[in-house]
Design a protein around this ligand. Structure first.
Ligand code: NAD
Length: 508
């Protein structure tokens, strides 16, 4: 038995205890293929329209019950779910590795992120703070309160097949909303496993109504049903900018809200004072880690002219020795691309870069014994003198464009020159440079880091980006407000009716 097959068996048996039985997932149009070796892991059917409508009806009914449950009790359900995820962490992580191709430590990190956001949401369930506001009228007071919104649809991408749902669901649930999850058609099994776990916890939680959380499978058409559905006040969608543009228009057309987490084209600036080891480590993790398949992956590197030759030489060395292989291997740092399409997109982009005069190092397919059908690649370094069409867009693969820069102002302008605005970073020991980068004249991204790469965010901060990254914020800080409706309330405890702004309207 191969290592991958053995691991599948282990994960399946551990998860069978909570109702997830991969062996039964043999029929349906959605085929889960392992990026490791192209093997079919399971099949699930897309939801039919009638079942979709029944799911939505259950979700609406669940809302009527759940919105009246005190928020700290809602938090208790999320706490219990977080505990269950803790107990099943290794099995869930294995499934992520098998279905999304993440190396073991990154897969475990993703499950940890689910646990962390549950913990965060539990605390938040006692902190859905509103405001009291001074009224201009005597014996009046004003309040701002936050109320549950209604069913929240969560559309997720393949590359964070558990964490993105958890970011949304844990907050939506403590805010009093049911959740309907449509995962990527590339990662249905991880979704099934995590959702089975949630269902088993919710079944034993007396206040949780049936239909509080639903999992529906399907490709783009099902995503379109969710976007068009007036019963869903909020659609949170994570994926490509192409997808977000379609969702945004449909949801806005019915005056719904959308929370969009879309593609990035993230940069790092390496300044004259940068610590070299730190810079090289930060670059390789951010650019080659997760095989370049993070929304926050480092895609553009600006190195000061005085450090260019040395940094690029170090990177070439580091890139040529990065262990590419099965993500189950203990020392593997770069696992496979998700599928053939991702490999072809990478090769097409590299060919375009070469045609535009770039010097390309690496980027070729790597054969991994026993996994010949998987799409493994050596991460690519692409030296450029000036931006080209390819460096302006996101290719979801490990391609790092490297530029030389002269002034900090010029490098910040270059950082900000693309249409995406997710994450950014600066490696420097110079206080004035780092302050400039973090100031209103600095990075225009949703995330700006000093002396770490652009990837690897913690759940405590609001996560998301500007411009064509969609403008949404999820996870920490006050991102919870997106899942609630704000109500301004005025209470008059006098016997008269003074009007605001001194307006007179006397009646007999
Ligand atoms: P994708 O856009 O192909 O698919 C994402 C999800 O959207 C899937 O569930 C898919 O079925 C659904 N979908 C596709 N078209 C749709 C439509 N017209 N209406 C409704 N739903 C639709 O993305 P992917 O290849 O799975 O993931 C990679 C992309 O996701 C990259 O661009 C990456 O940067 C982005 N991403 C962004 C973040 C973030 O937080 N900003 C996080 C992870 C991934």
């Amino acid at each position: 038995m191969s290592a991958a097959a053995a691991a599948t068996g282990h994960a399946s048996s551990s998860l069978a205890a909570i109702g997830f039985d991969r062996a039964r997932l043999t029929a349906g149009d959605i085929v889960s293929r392992s990026p490791l070796d192209g093997r079919v892991l399971g099949r699930v059917p897309s939801i039919a329209r009638a079942d979709y409508d029944a799911t939505l009806a259950r979700s609406r009914a669940a809302f009527i019950v759940w919105r009246a449950i005190p928020a700290p009790r809602r938090g208790e359900l999320v706490r219990l779910f977080g505990e269950a995820v803790r107990a099943h962490k290794p099995a869930l992580a294995e499934l992520i590795t098998l279905e999304a191709g993440k190396i073991t430590s990154e897969a475990a990190g993703e499950v940890q992120e689910v646990i962390d956001i549950c913990d965060f949401a539990v605390g938040l369930s006692r902190q859905l703070y509103g405001l009291t506001i001074a009224s201009e009228r005597p014996r009046h007071h004003m309040l701002e309160r936050w109320h549950p919104l209604g069913p929240v649809a969560v559309i997720t991408a393949f590359n964070f097949p558990m964490a993105v749902w958890a970011w949304n669901a844990s907050l939506a649930l403590i805010c009093g909303n049911p959740v309907i999850w449509k995962p990527s058609e590339k990662t249905p099994l991880t979704a099934l496993a995590l959702h089975s776990l949630f269902e088993s916890v919710a079944r034993d939680f007396a206040e949780a109504p049936a239909g509080l959380s639903a999992l529906i499978h399907g490709a783009r058409p099902v995503g379109e049903w969710l976007s068009d559905d007036k019963r869903i006040p909020l659609v949170s969608a994570t994926g490509s900018t192409r997808m977000g543009r379609e969702v945004a228009v449909r949801v806005a057309g019915r005056f719904g809200r959308s929370l969009l987490e879309l593609g990035g084209n993230n940069a790092m600036i390496v300044a004259p004072s940068a610590k070299e080891d730190l810079a090289v480590h930060a670059i390789t993790f951010a650019a080659a880690g997760t095989a370049g398949q993070r929304c926050t992956t480092l895609r553009r590197l600006y190195v000061h002219g005085s450090r260019y030759e040395a940094i690029v030489a170090r990177l070439k060395r580091a890139y040529s020795t990065l262990k590419v292989g099965s993500p189950l291997g203990a020392d593997t740092l770069v696992g496979p691309l998700v599928d053939a399409q991702a490999f072809e997109a990478m090769q097409t982009t590299l060919a375009a870069a070469r045609a535009a005069g770039a010097i390309v190092h690496g980027g070729e397919r790597v054969t991994v014994a026993g996994h010949e059908a998987g799409y493994y690649v050596r991460p690519a370094l692409v030296e450029l003198k000036a931006p080209i069409e390819a460096s302006e867009r996101e290719t979801f693969a490990p391609i790092l464009y490297v530029f030389r820069y002269d002034t900090i102002e010029g490098s910040i302008a270059a950082n900000n020159s693309v249409v995406q605005g997710l994450s950014s970073s600066l490696i420097t020991q110079d206080l004035s440079e780092s302050e400039l980068f973090l100031s209103a004249e600095g990075s225009d991204c949703g995330i700006a880091n000093i002396n770490i790469g652009p990837s690897g965010a913690e759940i405590g901060g609001a996560f998301g980006g500007e411009k064509e990254t969609g403008g949404g914020r999820e996870s920490g800080s006050d991102a919870w407000k997106a899942y609630m409706r704000r109500q301004t309330q005025t209470v008059n405890y006098s016997a008269t009716l003074p009007l605001a702004q001194g307006v007179k309207f006397d009646v007999e």
